[in-house]
Design a protein around this ligand. Structure first.
Ligand code: ADP
Ligand code: ADP
Ligand code: MG
Length: 475
């Protein structure tokens, strides 16, 4: 029977979710606010609801108002997307109480995995390796210093409630730890409403490798292999690929990390789509970082290599339908996939640069997937994440995928706003990336600022030359 599903999100993920809802024969209900009246995802919804208020806390994060909408619009289920209320325990619990299906895991799993200190403790108990450091929250700078002395510098101070790469600071020595402790605590309190910190060993030149999990309500937990997300700026991913070039052909290591992820998911009776993130050292030892109990930004690359629709399967499980597969062996991978996150940001400073998309053009090679959320005259607002699109390709091999991405990036032109497209072009052509040899400090090693500045200057000159040419022809 078809269900009325409310999408508690906006942007590209709201579109992605609406597509899955429609395909499954359900009814997609979307939100809009006064701050974003012509939200692009509404076109993909069957019905839309107005949320009152201006700021995100008055609208997308307003549990009370959303519960009201659920009642008045006879909603059966809610998909939270990522960000916003996707990892909010109170929200999941309130829905459960109201008899409405939350398309995500049970509230207890969100609560346990949402706290980096608690989840680390649980991982340890489940026999999952964790980064050396404090087992729980640390009380003060003195305690942090004591632990840092035991594990050795550099160390990382991390907000237990953190996310999106925020609330994290590397400390090279005791002096830096002392200096950073209170500012990180303050940042954690103001950004996440929880000042709790943990301290752990900073792994040098590591790889961010994560495993996609999908589980049902009957205790069946599967993995859909790994993704490598080591191309980051400010601890945030910008390019992801699957499979991981660092794991490469090491099938034993692949099996080990994937099965470890399943073990942790089993420890919290996981029952939806989720991701277990690991940090892997140069020596290929890996440690649990955190679990994201929601669909992730980079889920499409896993969909591309496995052929599994993760969002649809997540919905199916939540509404009591079986998954598309029965056993782990049914999930196979094929080829290689890469995603570039297209962000409205200054290509040199890499900071968000809101503005209006005047025009855009896509002349893509065959089979490119572009998950995006704008149209000509669309305003990128500072109130939301600057990511406005995801360019995704799949090839029979990594080499083919890189070639396709190169061509796709060349075919993506945007006018009116600053974007990181040029930065992606530099990365996808850079010898170490092409060789698959990069760690999380990759962006720092290529110093893209200089390259980007050069390209931007060249383009300016080129544009001036063209307009001069056009001017002369008119004469
Ligand atoms: P992913 O692995 O899916 O990329 P991220 O950690 O980058 O996960 O977060 C995805 C989105 O969710 C981003 O838009 C980010 O800003 C937002 N986000 C993640 N965690 C939090 C949090 N604790 N508070 C607010 N926003 C968050
Ligand atoms: P968030 O919730 O913000 O995504 P994570 O714990 O997943 O926080 O860490 C984000 C990124 O920070 C990782 O992908 C990695 O690049 C870096 N990082 C986190 N912990 C460590 C560590 N112990 N050593 C080195 N880098 C780390
Ligand atoms: Mg993370």
């Amino acid at each position: 029977m078809s269900k009325r599903i409310l999408i508690c999100n906006r942007g590209e993920i709201a579109i992605r979710v609406a597509k899955a809802i429609r395909e499954l024969g359900h009814i997609a209900v979307g939100f809009y606010t006064d701050n974003e009246k012509e939200a692009p995802h509404l076109e993909y919804c069957h019905e839309w609801v107005h949320l009152q208020g201006q700021s995100n806390s008055e609208t997308y994060l307003n549990i009370e108002q959303i519960l009201n909408v659920i009642k008045t619009h006879e909603i059966d289920a809610v998909h939270p997307g990522y960000g916003f209320l996707s990892e909010n325990t109170q929200f999941a619990a309130a829905l459960a109480k109201a008899g409405v299906t939350f398309i995500g895991p049970h509230a207890d799993a969100i609560e346990k995995m949402g706290d980096k200190a608690i989840s680390k403790q649980m991982a340890k108990e489940a026999g999952v390796p964790v980064v050396p450091g404090s087992t729980g929250e640390i009380a003060n700078a003195e305690e942090a210093k004591k632990i840092a002395q035991e594990i050795g510098y550099p160390v990382l101070l991390k907000a237990v409630a953190g996310g999106g790469g925020k609330g994290m600071r590397t400390c090279a020595d005791e002096k830096e730890l002392e200096k950073n402790f209170e500012p990180v605590q303050r940042e954690a309190r103001s950004s996440f409403g929880n000042p709790g910190l943990l301290v752990e060993k900073f792994i040098v030149n590591p790889h961010h490798i994560e495993v996609q999990i999908i589980a049902d309500n009957k205790g069946n937990i599967f993995h859909c292999f790994e993704r490598e997300c080591s191309v980051q700026r400010r601890h945030q991913k910008i390019v992801e690929e699957a499979p991981s070039p660092f794991i490469g052909e090491d099938e034993e290591l692949r099996k080990n990390i994937c099965e470890t992820a399943v073990r942790l998911a089993a420890a919290v009776n996981y029952n939806s789509a989720g991701t277990v993130e690991f940090i892997m050292g140069e020596d290929k030892n890996f440690y649990f970082l955190e679990m994201n109990t929601r669909i992730q930004v980079e889920h499409p690359i896993t969909e591309e290599i496995t052929g599994i629709d993760l969002v649809a399967n997540m919905i199916k499980v939540a509404v009591g339908e079986p998954l598309d597969f029965e056993k782990q062996e049914d999930i196979k991978r094929n080829g290689h996939s890469i995603e570039c996150r297209i962000c409205a940001e200054d290509p040199v400073s890499m900071l968000p640069a809101p503005g209006i998309v005047q025009a855009f053009e896509t002349t893509f090679p065959q089979g490119v997937r572009f998950d995006y959320c704008f149209y000509p005259s669309f305003e990128v607002k500072p109130d939301f994440d600057p990511m406005i699109g995801k360019l995704i390709v799949r090839g029979s091999s990594r080499e083919v995928a890189i070639r396709k991405m190169r061509s796709a990036l060349e075919g993506l032109e945007m006018d009116g706003i600053k974007t990181n497209i040029k930065l992606h072009e530099i990365i996808i052509n850079e010898p170490n990336f092409v060789a698959g040899k990069y760690s999380t400090n990759y962006i720092a090693t290529i110093q893209p600022q200089n390259e980007v500045e050069k390209l931007v200057r060249e383009e300016d000159l080129y544009l001036k030359a063209i307009s001069y040419e056009a001017y002369r022809m008119r004469e």
